[in-house]
Design a protein around this ligand. Structure first.
Ligand code: SF4
Length: 186
């Protein structure tokens, strides 16, 4: 199974009710051999229209922070979401939807095989760490994640709402990811 084959499967997927409201499936983008993989929550309106994760204001902030803290642009990472189809009205994804979509994310993680995973926000962080705490408790450190390292941080949409302190937290987390990349994916 290649990422391309997996993408083809996702584009035809109707495993959960989110299939009914999507414009298109937002599978994931970036370097299929990236050392850094970013995992968000799910597509918003712009992502649903354009078919790419993090293309609205949140995406612009993410791109800026990647550039300023890691010196890279998004083409050097792989970016995916927990659910690949937009929840209506940008509501939170439901547990059944997350469960239905999880095999796609697990397969993306296996195929890309990053050295460092950065989870953006509550849903991705809780799911991949198997924890129930919120992002404010989970962030601030790195976790072992199989043979990779996982750095939880805020979702950029929360940083847009939360202002300077949240953005500063995201910056610190990205610096943590950068150090791990230097140590484990030089
Ligand atoms: Fe399939 Fe995932 Fe879309 Fe649900 S969210 S229809 S499981 S691709």
């Amino acid at each position: 199974m290649t990422l391309q084959e997996l993408r083809s499967q996702a584009l035809a997927c109707t495993r959960c009710q989110l299939a009914g409201g999507r414009t298109q499936v937002v599978f994931g983008v970036g370097d299929p051999h990236a050392a850094l993989m970013l995992v968000g929550e799910g597509p918003g309106q712009q992502e649903d229209l354009q078919g790419e994760p993090f293309v609205g204001r949140s995406g612009q902030l993410l791109d800026k922070l990647l550039h300023q803290e890691l010196g890279i642009d998004r083409s050097r990472c792989y970016i995916a979401n927990v659910v690949k189809c937009r929840p209506p009205g940008n509501r939170d994804p439901l547990p059944a939807e997350i469960e239905a979509c999880r095999p796609f994310l697990d397969a993306q993680l296996r195929l890309v095989h990053p050295a460092v995973v950065v989870t953006l926000g509550n849903f991705a962080s809780r799911l991949l760490l198997g924890r129930s705490e919120g992002i404010t408790k989970l962030r601030g450190r790195a976790y072992r994640f199989g043979d990779a390292h996982l750095v939880p941080t805020y979702h950029p949409a929360a940083a847009l709402r939360g202002g300077g302190e949240v953005v500063a937290g995201m910056r610190a987390d990205l610096v943590r990811a950068k150090r791990l990349l230097a140590a484990f994916a030089p």
